[in-house]
Design a protein around this ligand. Structure first.
Ligand SMILES: *[C@@H]1O[C@H](CO)[C@@H](O)[C@H](O)[C@H]1NC(C)=O
Ligand SMILES: *[C@@H]1O[C@H](CO)[C@@H](O)[C@H](O)[C@H]1NC(C)=O
Ligand SMILES: *[C@@H]1O[C@H](CO)[C@@H](O)[C@H](O)[C@H]1NC(C)=O
Length: 972
């Protein structure tokens, strides 16, 4: 290598001195020298940089057509070019443009080497891994017009010397770690048209003289820590079109001077601490289309002048505004988004609102509005979000909303609405979310309801009549609350067809008849409340089989018969069977102090010793014991039968060298696999054994996990094989397929399909480029897929399977980075195998950093422990840190770190500002603007999953819903 470089030098020296057009040759030599000594080019993008051809024809190089001088080096989007900042390219005196955006360049840029580049006109180094202080702009960068340093890791302040680059028109510092105050010298850049510095920890006030930037068109410093007042001189930005200072800590009033900015289209000041009134003179901003001053401390009224502008969006929510909404707002023919919520507005809304524009989002919730809603809210058939809860609106819902096919999200609870809901409203095909509770509506539910409904809450009204069969044909329904109405008739047995239903509340109606018995469809039902109706008959046994039910209230009915013993199988947080006609012995498991209040008001119930229930009579207990004796007898019979079966099977199998359970139609024999378990094929090693990668003659590749520490013996073998059988039956796109399990002479082996891209853990924490490969959308898909796999194990397998060792190393990624959960249920098998002593729990279940806190005292692993571990994996995906990253202080882990950061951010900013989010996010991630919302959502889910108390953690099924769906969370 060294010889080669030397040879090139010599050669360039020679041609330089001998050839006529010396500058061209010299510049080509510069290019080659930088390429060979500084650049890493793993994809061979620069392979055509050969001395035998003209450098003007090389990839990435552009020359002046006449002079053939090199004027541009453009490596943008090559992707994998790496090395330090190639300042030496700037030794080419004719170079005008240097662009290396979207590569893997790293390190600091020294002021000395940067000074070589002072003649450039265009410099783009965005989206690399540069760090350290921004270099000085010395000597003067007099020709620089475009500077893009966005999405790097630069720290420190913006050097004041940048003020000498008087030709600058475009400056972008988005998403770095640039801190400190903005230098006053920035306002010398009078040619500047665009200045972007959002997502940096900038602090202090804006320069007083900001108004000197007469050519500035776009000014964006959102999500930083800017404080102080907005300078009055901002009104001198004569060319400005867009101002975004949202998500900072700016105080004081909104300068009246902004009213002079005739060309202003976007004004975003939301999420600051601004006070005072919205200036009346803003009525002069005739170009303004987007106005957002929400989440401040603004007082006073919405000025008539502002309401009269032709705004597309008017967002003033979360302030302390009051008074009426000016009628002129309804003449606006552009209005699409109107957010007035969480203020103290009062009076009626303008009568013609919605008549003149394509209104899509209408949110006036939590104010003191009264009177009727505007009749024409959905006149243009565009309304999607119809939100006005917590006001005093009265009258019927507007006729136009009845005919509104676009409407999807309706929250009008806690008003004084009355009348019937138009049948056409119920059947609007986009309708997903309806909360109309706490009004005075009457009438019945019609026979046709939108199939998209996920939530229907109409409690606390005067609805009546029987439930139509249509109520059972809602495939997406998750939560149904019809409580506190006058519904009557029998419960439709078809309610159990609602496969996604999680909560059903029918309490305090007039339902009669029996509780449906066939409940196999309610796999996701966690809460069932049928209390205070007139239900009769027995409590169905089947309730005890509902896999995730944890809230059951059947109180205040006329239920009779015995309490099914199956109820004690449920993991209940709440049980109420009081005030019925139940009788007989309270089943074991429920005869405890905890349940006394759940069972009172059933005079015929009895118990052996639970007060205040009467003692059960002898004769009953004899029959009870008899039943017990018979079941034990039956159990022994079946057990011995099974034993015989197992024995015979084993006997037959022991003839072959390996004993196999195979679950798939295989194109190969197990022997093909076993002979390939050689050291050279080892791809991983763990506590339990080695993992081999084996390519078979058929071309198929499989992964073989060979387990040691085998405790031998026929019982153990049977157990292993039957467990393998359970695991082998699992079919899910996000679960690694187990092809077969095999028992050899001194080991056991599990043969899986091979998953191409290794584990998530390795990619995130070991592969230097891994974090970079996984952009946010990939990480999100991994989170969702893995959650679906785990939800399947917990909720869809019979018996349900607790993974016991959820961690990023057990989430494998295929060639398209789709996740597959691996190694599930195994810890249990292994525990049985390693019990040298008779201590079953000597082995810790799970991996360090992922273990739920309750394990320390319960020593039990439940579904909720998996949920905790999965929460840790979500945090890894967002932060890129290991659960026990070396950067944490002692006694701190990823969960503590993220939780503390989230707490402090909510204290400082109301609801998790982006600045703090940026401190948490993996620096390799470079999320885009829209990603932040999703990242915030994922972090929130992670926080719920890692709650200290298992009961507060959502089920895996709920986790899937939470990850998928942000629209279901209320807008506020
Ligand atoms: C670049 O290559 C083309 C053919 O590929 C050739 O015609 C042209 O002369 C080359 N330009 C220079 C400056 O060598
Ligand atoms: C730049 O990246 C390379 C490859 O990942 C690494 O070896 C080197 O240490 C990095 N340089 C700096 C200054 O961080
Ligand atoms: C700016 O560019 C012009 C040619 O376009 C050149 O003459 C001048 O020297 C450059 N100035 C600097 C400071 O590099």
């Amino acid at each position: 290598m060294a010889n080669y470089i030397f040879y090139l030098h010599l050669l360039s020296l020679l041609s330089f001195t001998l050839a006529g057009d010396s500058s061209t040759t010299r510049d080509a030599a510069v290019l080659l020298r930088v390429k060979t000594t500084q650049l890493s080019d793993p994809d061979s993008m620069l392979n055509d940089w050969l001395e035998s051809t003209s450098s003007c024809n090389w990839t990435g190089i552009k020359c002046n057509h006449q002079t053939l001088d090199i004027i541009s080096i453009d490596f943008s989007d090559f992707g994998n070019l790496a090395g330090p900042f190639p300042a030496d390219f700037c030794r080419i005196p004719t170079l005008r443009n240097l662009s290396i955006a979207n590569n893997l360049f790293n390190g600091t840029i020294s002021s000395t080497s940067f000074s070589l580049c002072s003649h450039l006109a265009f410099l783009n180094i965005s989206n690399n891994f540069f760090e350290g202080k921004l270099p000085e702009f010395m000597p003067r960068f007099g020709n620089l017009t475009v500077l893009d340093a966005s999405y790097n890791g630069f720290t420190g302040e913006i050097p004041p010397s940048i003020g000498g680059s008087s030709s600058l028109q475009y400056v972008d510092f988005t998403s770095n770690y640039i801190s400190g105050k903005l230098a006053d010298s920035l306002t010398n850049l009078t040619e500047l048209k665009v200045f972007l510095a959002p997502f940096n920890p900038l602090a202090g006030p804006l320069p007083e003289t900001i108004g000197l930037l007469k050519n500035l068109e776009i000014f964006r410093i959102s999500s930083t820590n800017l404080s102080g007042k907005i300078p009055d001189s901002i009104g001198d930005l004569a060319s400005i079109q867009s101002i975004d200072l949202s998500d900072n800590a700016l105080t004081g009033v909104i300068p009246v001077s902004i009213g002079r900015l005739k060309g202003l289209k976007y004004l975003w000041l939301y999420n600051n601490i601004l006070s005072g009134e919205i200036p009346d003179v803003f009525g002069n901003l005739t170009s303004l289309t987007h106005f957002d001053v929400s989440q401040n401390n603004l007082t006073g009224k919405l000025p008539v002048s502002v309401a009269g502008l032709h705004l597309v969006s008017l967002n003033v929510n979360d302030n302390r505004l009051e008074g009426e909404i000016p009628a002129v707002l309804s003449s606006n023919d552009k209005l699409v988004q109107l957010k007035l919520f969480n203020n103290s507005f009062s009076g009626t809304l303008p009568e013609n609102l919605g008549k003149n524009s394509n209104l899509e989002e209408f949110d006036v919730s939590s104010n003191q509005f009264s009177g009727k809603l505007p009749e024409n809210l959905c006149y243009k058939k565009a309304l999607q979000k119809f939100i006005c809860f917590n006001n005093r609106f009265s009258g019927e819902i507007p006729a136009s909303c009845g005919e509104c096919k676009s409407i999807s999200y309706v929250r009008i609870s806690n008003n004084e609405f009355s009348g019937e809901i138009p049948a056409s409203f119920w059947s609007s095909s986009e309708l997903q979310f309806v909360d109309m509770s706490g009004n005075k509506f009457h009438g019945s539910i019609p026979g046709s309801i939108s199939k998209s409904l996920t939530k229907l809450a109409i409690s606390g009204n005067n609805f009546s009549g029987e439930l139509p069969a249509a109520i059972c044909k809602l495939p997406e329904m998750v939560e149904m609350d019809l409580s506190d109405n006058q519904f009557s008739g029998a419960l439709p047995t078809c309610l159990t067809n609602l496969k996604k239903l999680e909560k059903l509340n029918l309490q305090s109606n007039k339902f009669f008849g029996e509780i449906p018995k066939a409940m196999s469809g309610w796999d996701e039902l966690s809460s069932l409340n049928l209390s205070n109706n007139q239900l009769t008959g027995e409590i169905p046994n089947q309730i005890g089989d509902l896999p995730v039910l944890n809230y059951l209230d059947l109180a205040g009915n006329l239920l009779s018969g015995k309490i099914p013993a199956t109820l004690s199988k449920l993991k209940l947080n709440m049980l109420n069977l009081s005030n019925n006609n139940l009788e007989g012995k309270i089943p074991t498991g429920l005869d405890s102090e905890v349940f006394v209040s759940s069972l009172t008001g059933n005079p015929k119930l009895c118990s052996q010793d639970l007060k205040p229930f009467r003692k059960c009579s002898k004769s009953k207990s004899i029959s009870y014991y008899l039943v017990g004796f018979l079941s034990i007898l039956a159990f022994f019979l079946i057990a011995s039968l099974l034993w015989v079966v197992v024995k015979t099977k084993l006997f037959r199998r022991s003839k072959s060298l390996w004993k196999i359970t195979s679950f798939q139609r295989l194109g190969f024999k197990e022997q093909d696999v076993m002979v390939s378990l050689m050291e050279s094929n080892v791809i991983g090693m763990g506590g339990s054994g080695k993992v081999y990668r084996v390519t078979l003659k058929t071309g198929q590749t499989v992964a073989v996990k060979k387990l040691y520490g085998v405790h031998r013996g026929p019982e153990n073998e049977a157990e292993f094989l039957s467990e393998m059988e359970t695991l082998g039956r699992i079919r899910h796109k996000n679960i690694v397929k187990l092809l077969f399990g095999s028992v050899g002479a001194d080991f056991r082996a599990l043969v899986y399909e091979y998953v191409e891209n290794g584990s998530l853990g390795d990619l995130l924490h070991k592969d230097p480029k891994g974090g970079f490969l996984l952009d946010w959308s990939k990480r999100y898909e991994i989170a969702l897929g893995a959650a679906q796999g785990l939800a399947y194990l917990h909720h869809d397998c019979v018996p349900s399977i607790v993974h016991r060792d959820v961690k990023s190393n057990n989430i494998l990624l295929d060639e398209e980075f789709r996740p597959c959960v691996a190694d599930f249920g195994l810890a249990k098998t292994l525990q049985l195998e390693v019990k040298e002593s008779d201590e079953p729990m000597s082995r810790v279940a799970g991996s360090y950093g992922y273990i739920a806190p309750e394990y320390a005292y319960t020593m039990k692993v439940t579904e909720k422990s998996d949920v905790y571990s999965f929460g840790v994996v979500l945090m890894e995906l967002v932060t890129g840190k290991r659960p026990n990253d070396a950067s944490f202080e002692e006694h701190k882990d990823l969960v503590k770190w993220v939780t503390e950061a989230a707490l402090s951010s909510s204290e400082n900013q109301g609801d998790g500002g982006w600045v703090d989010l940026d401190q948490l996010i993996d620096p390799k991630l470079n999320p885009s603007g829209q990603d932040y919302e999703e990242i915030e959502n994922v972090l929130n889910v992670a926080l719920q999953c890692t709650s200290a108390f298992p009961i507060n953690r959502p089920s895996m099924r709920r986790v899937v819903e939470l990850l998928k769906d942000q629209s279901r969370t209320p807008t506020k």
